[in-house]
Design a protein around this ligand. Structure first.
Ligand code: NAG
Ligand code: NAG
Ligand code: NAG
Ligand code: NAG
Ligand code: NAG
Length: 396
């Protein structure tokens, strides 16, 4: 670590401080603190020096400092209206200074109600977690169990030490209420918090995974989207999920939506050349009052575009909110993707040139026909003349 090696002086100072601290402590606390006494914060607490011979005066020390003698009565030390700064190591000594007894005082509160929340991420599991509403500051244990209606209590298993979470495996799914009992126990008492879990209503799958998008070769308005069912649903293959997909061009406010029971779908009305945002979520396909999962993270995808036309990149970058007034449904705009201003003038130009070409063709055809007809008429008159001439030349 460059920060430490560049300042060796700092390390030395810390070392000396630590050594002197240990030195002072070892003088006073040569014996292990044997006893721990727990007390209610704010209450008055009396510490007894049991090893003292009755009636002989004792001295009390707290965290290595002597305690004012007016707070002691005989061999006992009374602490009024305790605060957290009164925690720590107490020792009583004979007048000679010999150590008689040590006690460690810890102060806090008895267990209170807990904030419990239960998730049902699949048909095979209920997961409950909890936290203290008011910190007790004391070592705490939790006993977690559940009952189905009026059945016997069964254990809700705490799988990870130190994590306030328990799991009910294979809950009874149909029409039953699970009552979860989380009991907090600490040296000052115990308290149970009960939570009702309606399994069907609380069924909420985890977020679908591995969402990805692919362009479809030759299809500038299509996007292929794929994902996977959440891993926590993998024991529930018998229970199908349905999925909802939402997508929109980057910069637009309005989502288009699609529902499917497959884990892939092709968007057919993507905007040509635009980058799209896509998300997916899941719900049990048959339990219609169960809950949708959260939306997955967003992925981005752009439909296939012809690599030999270069106009698309720039239109995608200059995409503008004003092109999509918020009241204008994205679906409708998606349906006519070739109606961008450039494309529109291009097709107008094409129509005009086609029209002009047709006009030219018509005019020239007519001219040609007229010319042919004139020629014919000319020929006819010539023939008539020659035949008349011939007739005239015939001897009568
Ligand atoms: C109290 O005593 C324990 C055990 O000897 C020791 O680990 C701890 O550092 C002491 N605390 C104080 C504040 O002196
Ligand atoms: C200690 O608490 C009592 C009530 O519990 C109160 O009357 C008294 O004033 C408090 N003393 C101090 C020093 O805060
Ligand atoms: C005594 O030590 C404890 C920790 O063991 C600490 O919480 C407390 O504030 C200390 N009190 C004093 C007065 O030093
Ligand atoms: C809740 O659990 C605690 C600890 O197991 C138990 O003592 C208590 O009787 C339970 N309460 C109910 C209503 O089941
Ligand atoms: C949802 O399910 C309930 C019964 O489970 C049924 O009465 C209701 O019509 C269903 N609603 C829909 C929209 O399917």
């Amino acid at each position: 670590m460059p920060g430490l090696s560049s300042r060796p002086g700092g390390l030395v100072v810390i070392g000396i401080l630590t050594l002197s601290f240990v030195h002072i402590n070892s003088e006073i606390w040569s014996n292990e603190v044997a006893d721990v006494q727990f007390g209610h914060l704010g209450s008055s607490i009396t510490l007894a020096c049991g090893a003292a011979s009755h009636g002989s005066p004792v001295q009390w020390w707290h965290n290595g400092s002597s305690v004012q003698p007016w707070r002691t009565s005989g061999e006992a030390l009374t602490l009024l209206n305790t605060t957290r700064s009164m925690e720590g190591n107490y020792s009583c000594h004979e007048q000679s200074g010999a150590l008689l007894q040590t006690v460690r005082l810890r102060l806090g509160y008895p267990p209170g109600h807990l904030r419990v929340s239960c998730q049902v991420p699949s048909h095979s599991r209920i997961i409950c977690s909890w936290m203290q509403i008011v910190a007790t500051h004391l070592p705490t244990e939790y006993i977690s169990s559940y009952r189905v209606d009026n059945g016997w209590p069964e254990s809700c298993k705490q799988e990870l030490a130190g994590v306030n979470e328990c799991t009910i495996s294979n809950p009874q799914f149909w029409g039953n209420r699970h009552i979860v009992n989380i009991t907090e126990v600490n040296p000052l008492g115990s308290m149970s918090t009960f939570t009702k879990v309606d399994v069907l209503k609380n069924l909420k799958p985890d977020v679908p995974e591995a969402l990805s998008t692919l362009e479809v070769e030759g299809q500038p308005t299509q996007l292929l989207v794929q994902w996977k069912a959440p891993v926590s649903w993998s024991d529930d293959i018998a229970f199908p999920l349905k999925f909802e997909l939402q997508y929109r061009p980057v910069g637009s406010n309005l989502w288009s939506k699609l529902e499917t029971e497959d884990t892939s779908v092709t968007i057919m009305d993507a905007m040509v050349g635009q980058l799209h945002h896509i998300q997916v979520r899941a719900q049990d396909a048959f339990i219609n009052h169960s809950q949708w999962s959260e939306w997955s993270h967003m992925v981005q995808g752009r439909p296939w575009s012809n690599p030999y036309t270069s106009t698309e990149e720039t239109t995608a970058e200059s995409f503008d909110e004003s092109v999509f007034p918020t009241t204008f449904p994205v679906k409708a705009t998606n349906k006519s993707p070739e109606m961008s201003p450039e494309n529109e003038s291009l097709s107008l130009l094409l129509i005009i040139s086609l029209f002009a070409a047709a006009m030219v063709a018509v005019v020239s055809t007519i001219t040609l026909l007229l010319w042919v007809r004139n020629r014919k008429q000319h020929n006819v008159t010539k023939q008539e003349l020659t035949s008349m001439v011939k007739m005239k030349s015939l001897p009568i």
